[in-house]
Design a protein around this ligand. Structure first.
Ligand SMILES: [Fe+2]
Length: 331
């Protein structure tokens, strides 16, 4: 606990929203003295304009204000995907329990009652900013993943655009299959990184025109395990590692590297397998020409009938293809 209190608080861009001049001055002085940049809005309308102009790291929001009140600002910020995660502390009157409850229900992260206890206010500000920093870090993880995906693709000249297309196929199929938001996020990360292990496959093998020798195939077969090994120390990517490791498994145990069967293969990995195979079939590779979507779907259906791919997911995917969901991205 002491360690947390002593941790330096990062400098943040904080928006103070209050129509009471005195409150604004007190809060501004307090926050500036801790090294933060402070912006001020005197009513709800101005607050929304300021948030729109540049997303602050934190908002201190008064409830009772002219024009648009604090609750409406809160609702507006939470209903917008771009701003929904901005931490908001409501400023309410001590006796106003109902407002506090309503505020939390509408998505306020915390509230502080007037008159402020400075230490309590600063402790809450510090906590929320720490959470915000973690979220920002997660976003940078996604940026690194996107960059890594480009590196993977640059290595294999025949699979240009493959990662991006497979990711689109997988995420759309995941949505159609009813995956939760967090699982979809991991599926997207897994799709972007699924062939990471190809970094360790010799270029001469990856780009070879024609059939691979048995020895060359051994290199290819290792790419899921190598990719998973590279990622395994990243705690936030645990679920992603499973997708990378098992995107070539088949329900009947004929896949690789672990020869998993049936329920041993997660829904995310089954989805990845379908997306990956469909893209391989519909694009030109060093060893073959591309197929039409109809032929590719027929092959996926045959694979499902043979007990290799998840029939329900293949059916959902066929429907997406038929509905033209992917027309814009197919080769
Ligand atoms: Fe692969």
């Amino acid at each position: 606990m002491i360690r947390m209190i002593n941790m330096p608080m990062p400098k943040a861009d904080i928006l103070v929203v209050d129509d009471n001049e005195m409150n604004v001055r007190v809060l501004e002085a307090l926050l500036v003295s801790r090294g933060h940049d402070v912006r001020v809005a005197r009513d709800g309308e101005e607050a929304l304009e300021q948030i729109d102009k540049k997303h602050p790291d934190l908002v201190l929001l008064d409830v009772m204000m002219p024009k648009i009140d604090g609750f409406q600002v809160l609702e507006n910020v939470r209903s917008n995907r771009e701003t929904e995660l901005i931490p908001i502390i409501l400023l309410t009157a001590l006796s106003d329990i109902d407002s506090n409850v309503k505020g939390i229900e509408l998505g306020a992260d915390d509230f502080i009652t007037k008159p402020f206890n400075k230490s309590l206010l600063m402790a809450r500000v510090r906590n929320l900013l720490r959470g915000k920093n973690l979220l920002d870090e997660l976003e940078s993880v996604d940026a690194v993943i996107a960059m890594t995906a480009k590196i993977i693709e640059a290595k294999d000249k025949y699979t240009e655009g493959h990662v991006e297309r497979v990711t689109t196929y997988a995420v759309k199929l995941g949505e159609a299959a009813g995956l939760e938001e967090w699982d979809l996020r991991n599926l997207k990360r897994g799709a972007l990184l699924h062939d990471l292990g190809k970094i360790a496959v010799p270029d001469a093998v990856l780009n070879k025109e024609g059939k691979l020798s048995e020895e060359e195939w051994k290199h290819i077969l290792l790419h899921p395990s190598i990719g998973a090994d590279i990622l395994q120390d990243l705690k936030s990517l645990k679920a992603v590692v499973d997708i990378v490791l098992h995107h070539h498994e088949k329900l009947d145990g004929s896949g690789y590297p672990d020869k998993l069967k049936g329920d041993e293969i997660t829904k995310e990995s089954r989805i990845m397998a379908i997306a990956d195979i469909y893209d391989a079939l519909t694009t030109t590779r060093s060893y073959k020409k591309s197929m039409s979507p109809e032929t590719a779907i027929r092959i996926l259906q045959e694979e499902a009938q043979a007990g290799k791919l998840d029939s329900e997911l293949v059916m959902l995917f066929s429907r997406l293809v038929k509905d033209g969901i992917f027309d814009a991205i197919s080769e």
